[in-house]
Design a protein around this ligand. Sequence first.
Ligand SMILES: CC(C)(COP(=O)(O)OP(=O)(O)OC[C@H]1O[C@@H](n2cnc3c(N)ncnc32)[C@H](O)[C@@H]1OP(=O)(O)O)[C@@H](O)C(=O)NCCC(=O)NCCS
Length: 184
Amino acid sequence: MPGSTRIRLIEPADAVRIAAHRTRDAEALRRWEPERPAGFLTPEGQAERIETLLARYRAGSSWPGVVLADGQVIGQVTVLDIRPEPHMRRGTVGYWIAGAAQNRGHAGRALGLVLQVMTGELGLRRAEAATRLENLASHQVLRRNGFSPYGIAHSSIFIDGSWRDDLLWERNLGDTAEPPRTSR
Ligand SMILES: CC(C)(COP(=O)(O)OP(=O)(O)OC[C@H]1O[C@@H](n2cnc3c(N)ncnc32)[C@H](O)[C@@H]1OP(=O)(O)O)[C@@H](O)C(=O)NCCC(=O)NCCS
Protein backbone atom coordinates (compact mmCIF):
# COMPACT_ATOMS: atom_id res chain seq x y z
CA MET A 1 0.00 0.00 0.00
CA PRO A 2 1.49 3.40 -0.95
CA GLY A 3 2.58 5.39 2.04
CA SER A 4 3.05 2.37 4.30
CA THR A 5 6.85 2.74 4.33
CA ARG A 6 8.49 3.64 7.66
CA ILE A 7 12.08 3.90 8.82
CA ARG A 8 13.69 3.60 12.26
CA LEU A 9 17.16 3.16 13.71
CA ILE A 10 18.52 -0.35 13.25
CA GLU A 11 18.45 -2.68 16.29
CA PRO A 12 20.48 -5.82 17.16
CA ALA A 13 17.29 -7.92 16.78
CA ASP A 14 17.10 -6.97 13.07
CA ALA A 15 20.09 -9.21 12.31
CA VAL A 16 18.08 -12.39 11.61
CA ARG A 17 15.71 -10.81 9.12
CA ILE A 18 18.43 -8.83 7.33
CA ALA A 19 20.59 -11.97 7.03
CA ALA A 20 17.63 -13.85 5.51
CA HIS A 21 16.93 -11.10 2.93
CA ARG A 22 20.56 -10.74 1.98
CA THR A 23 21.10 -14.49 1.64
CA ARG A 24 18.07 -14.76 -0.66
CA ASP A 25 19.22 -11.75 -2.74
CA ALA A 26 22.97 -12.42 -2.70
CA GLU A 27 23.20 -13.12 -6.42
CA ALA A 28 21.24 -9.98 -7.42
CA LEU A 29 23.18 -7.74 -5.01
CA ARG A 30 26.57 -8.89 -6.32
CA ARG A 31 26.16 -6.51 -9.28
CA TRP A 32 25.63 -3.43 -7.12
CA GLU A 33 27.69 -3.87 -3.96
CA PRO A 34 31.32 -4.63 -3.01
CA GLU A 35 32.13 -8.19 -1.94
CA ARG A 36 31.49 -8.74 1.76
CA PRO A 37 33.68 -10.63 4.25
CA ALA A 38 33.00 -14.32 4.95
CA GLY A 39 30.15 -14.73 7.44
CA PHE A 40 28.46 -11.45 6.46
CA LEU A 41 25.29 -13.24 5.38
CA THR A 42 24.79 -15.11 8.67
CA PRO A 43 22.72 -13.71 11.57
CA GLU A 44 25.94 -13.62 13.65
CA GLY A 45 27.75 -11.68 10.92
CA GLN A 46 24.86 -9.24 10.67
CA ALA A 47 24.73 -8.84 14.47
CA GLU A 48 28.42 -7.88 14.41
CA ARG A 49 27.78 -5.48 11.53
CA ILE A 50 24.87 -3.86 13.41
CA GLU A 51 27.10 -3.34 16.47
CA THR A 52 29.60 -1.52 14.23
CA LEU A 53 26.84 0.62 12.70
CA LEU A 54 25.46 1.53 16.13
CA ALA A 55 28.95 2.44 17.38
CA ARG A 56 29.24 4.82 14.40
CA TYR A 57 25.81 6.22 15.26
CA ARG A 58 26.93 6.87 18.86
CA ALA A 59 30.07 8.58 17.49
CA GLY A 60 27.89 10.82 15.28
CA SER A 61 29.30 9.62 11.94
CA SER A 62 26.29 7.57 10.78
CA TRP A 63 22.51 7.21 11.05
CA PRO A 64 21.83 3.53 10.26
CA GLY A 65 18.17 2.82 9.58
CA VAL A 66 15.95 -0.05 8.53
CA VAL A 67 13.04 0.24 6.11
CA LEU A 68 9.72 -1.24 7.27
CA ALA A 69 6.58 -2.20 5.34
CA ASP A 70 3.60 -3.40 7.37
CA GLY A 71 5.92 -3.43 10.38
CA GLN A 72 8.39 -5.88 8.79
CA VAL A 73 12.02 -5.07 7.94
CA ILE A 74 12.40 -5.07 4.14
CA GLY A 75 15.68 -3.18 3.73
CA GLN A 76 18.12 -0.63 5.03
CA VAL A 77 18.65 3.10 4.54
CA THR A 78 21.77 4.66 6.01
CA VAL A 79 23.33 8.08 6.28
CA LEU A 80 27.07 7.52 6.37
CA ASP A 81 30.20 9.66 6.41
CA ILE A 82 28.34 12.39 8.30
CA ARG A 83 30.36 15.61 8.55
CA PRO A 84 28.54 17.67 11.18
CA GLU A 85 31.12 20.48 11.35
CA PRO A 86 29.45 23.89 10.91
CA HIS A 87 31.26 24.53 7.62
CA MET A 88 30.22 21.14 6.13
CA ARG A 89 27.00 19.64 7.49
CA ARG A 90 26.77 16.89 4.92
CA GLY A 91 26.14 13.15 4.74
CA THR A 92 26.00 10.35 2.15
CA VAL A 93 22.95 8.11 1.71
CA GLY A 94 22.86 4.41 0.85
CA TYR A 95 19.98 1.91 0.68
CA TRP A 96 18.75 -1.49 -0.46
CA ILE A 97 15.32 -3.12 -0.56
CA ALA A 98 14.67 -6.90 -0.52
CA GLY A 99 13.91 -8.26 -3.99
CA ALA A 100 10.42 -9.41 -3.04
CA ALA A 101 9.47 -5.84 -1.98
CA GLN A 102 11.04 -3.90 -4.87
CA ASN A 103 9.23 -1.66 -7.38
CA ARG A 104 6.53 -0.62 -4.92
CA GLY A 105 7.98 2.79 -4.08
CA HIS A 106 9.57 1.76 -0.76
CA ALA A 107 13.10 3.00 -1.55
CA GLY A 108 11.79 6.33 -2.82
CA ARG A 109 9.70 6.91 0.29
CA ALA A 110 12.44 5.65 2.65
CA LEU A 111 14.91 8.07 1.10
CA GLY A 112 12.39 10.90 1.53
CA LEU A 113 12.03 9.98 5.21
CA VAL A 114 15.77 9.81 5.84
CA LEU A 115 16.20 13.23 4.20
CA GLN A 116 13.82 14.53 6.88
CA VAL A 117 16.09 12.98 9.55
CA MET A 118 19.08 14.67 7.90
CA THR A 119 17.53 18.14 7.93
CA GLY A 120 15.81 17.73 11.31
CA GLU A 121 17.59 15.53 13.86
CA LEU A 122 21.01 15.75 12.17
CA GLY A 123 20.92 19.42 11.09
CA LEU A 124 22.60 18.69 7.75
CA ARG A 125 22.33 20.85 4.62
CA ARG A 126 23.77 18.66 1.86
CA ALA A 127 23.10 15.03 0.86
CA GLU A 128 25.33 13.00 -1.45
CA ALA A 129 25.09 9.53 -3.03
CA ALA A 130 27.07 7.34 -5.42
CA THR A 131 25.60 4.76 -7.78
CA ARG A 132 26.81 2.50 -10.56
CA LEU A 133 26.17 4.05 -13.98
CA GLU A 134 23.93 1.09 -14.87
CA ASN A 135 21.76 1.21 -11.72
CA LEU A 136 18.74 2.85 -13.34
CA ALA A 137 16.33 1.95 -10.52
CA SER A 138 18.60 3.71 -8.01
CA HIS A 139 18.94 6.74 -10.32
CA GLN A 140 15.15 6.96 -10.40
CA VAL A 141 14.93 6.80 -6.58
CA LEU A 142 17.42 9.66 -6.30
CA ARG A 143 15.84 11.80 -9.03
CA ARG A 144 12.41 11.39 -7.43
CA ASN A 145 13.92 12.83 -4.24
CA GLY A 146 15.44 15.89 -5.88
CA PHE A 147 19.01 14.63 -6.37
CA SER A 148 21.00 15.60 -9.49
CA PRO A 149 24.06 13.88 -10.94
CA TYR A 150 27.16 16.10 -10.78
CA GLY A 151 30.07 13.98 -11.93
CA ILE A 152 31.74 10.65 -12.36
CA ALA A 153 34.42 9.18 -10.11
CA HIS A 154 36.42 7.02 -12.47
CA SER A 155 37.57 3.53 -11.50
CA SER A 156 36.32 4.31 -8.01
CA ILE A 157 35.07 1.06 -6.48
CA PHE A 158 35.79 -2.68 -6.91
CA ILE A 159 32.47 -4.45 -7.55
CA ASP A 160 31.74 -7.79 -9.21
CA GLY A 161 35.28 -8.42 -10.41
CA SER A 162 36.27 -4.99 -11.80
CA TRP A 163 37.03 -1.41 -10.82
CA ARG A 164 33.84 0.52 -11.64
CA ASP A 165 32.98 4.17 -12.20
CA ASP A 166 30.65 5.85 -9.69
CA LEU A 167 27.98 8.33 -10.75
CA LEU A 168 27.96 11.04 -8.05
CA TRP A 169 24.71 12.66 -6.88
CA GLU A 170 23.92 15.69 -4.76
CA ARG A 171 20.98 17.43 -3.20
CA ASN A 172 21.02 20.73 -1.37
CA LEU A 173 18.78 20.29 1.68
CA GLY A 174 18.31 24.02 2.20
CA ASP A 175 19.86 26.62 4.37
CA THR A 176 17.65 26.33 7.41
CA ALA A 177 20.62 25.29 9.53
CA GLU A 178 22.67 27.99 11.26
CA PRO A 179 25.46 29.41 9.08
CA PRO A 180 28.97 28.53 10.25
CA ARG A 181 30.57 30.75 12.85
CA THR A 182 33.63 32.60 11.62
CA SER A 183 36.67 30.95 13.18
CA ARG A 184 39.36 33.17 14.68
C1 LIG B 1 17.62 0.43 -6.12
C2 LIG B 1 16.57 -0.13 -5.15
C3 LIG B 1 16.94 0.32 -3.75
C4 LIG B 1 15.20 0.45 -5.54
O1 LIG B 1 14.26 0.00 -4.57
P1 LIG B 1 12.69 0.03 -4.86
O2 LIG B 1 11.97 -0.04 -3.57
O3 LIG B 1 12.36 -0.98 -5.88
O4 LIG B 1 12.54 1.49 -5.50
P2 LIG B 1 11.21 2.28 -5.84
O5 LIG B 1 10.09 1.30 -6.04
O6 LIG B 1 11.03 3.37 -4.85
O7 LIG B 1 11.58 2.98 -7.24
C5 LIG B 1 12.18 2.25 -8.27
C6 LIG B 1 12.08 3.07 -9.56
O8 LIG B 1 13.00 2.52 -10.51
C7 LIG B 1 12.28 2.08 -11.66
N1 LIG B 1 13.00 0.90 -12.15
C8 LIG B 1 13.06 -0.33 -11.60
N2 LIG B 1 13.85 -1.12 -12.35
C9 LIG B 1 14.28 -0.37 -13.38
C10 LIG B 1 15.11 -0.64 -14.50
N3 LIG B 1 15.68 -1.83 -14.69
N4 LIG B 1 15.33 0.38 -15.37
C11 LIG B 1 14.79 1.61 -15.20
N5 LIG B 1 14.00 1.91 -14.14
C12 LIG B 1 13.75 0.93 -13.24
C13 LIG B 1 10.89 1.81 -11.17
O9 LIG B 1 9.97 1.87 -12.23
C14 LIG B 1 10.70 2.97 -10.21
O10 LIG B 1 10.51 4.16 -10.94
P3 LIG B 1 9.36 5.25 -10.60
O11 LIG B 1 9.87 6.03 -9.43
O12 LIG B 1 9.27 6.08 -11.81
O13 LIG B 1 8.12 4.47 -10.29
C15 LIG B 1 16.48 -1.68 -5.22
O14 LIG B 1 16.31 -2.06 -6.56
C16 LIG B 1 17.71 -2.37 -4.65
O15 LIG B 1 17.81 -2.59 -3.45
N6 LIG B 1 18.67 -2.74 -5.51
C17 LIG B 1 19.86 -3.45 -5.09
C18 LIG B 1 20.77 -2.63 -4.18
C19 LIG B 1 21.04 -1.26 -4.75
O16 LIG B 1 21.16 -1.08 -5.96
N7 LIG B 1 21.16 -0.27 -3.87
C20 LIG B 1 21.46 1.10 -4.27
C21 LIG B 1 22.92 1.24 -4.50
S1 LIG B 1 23.31 2.87 -5.09
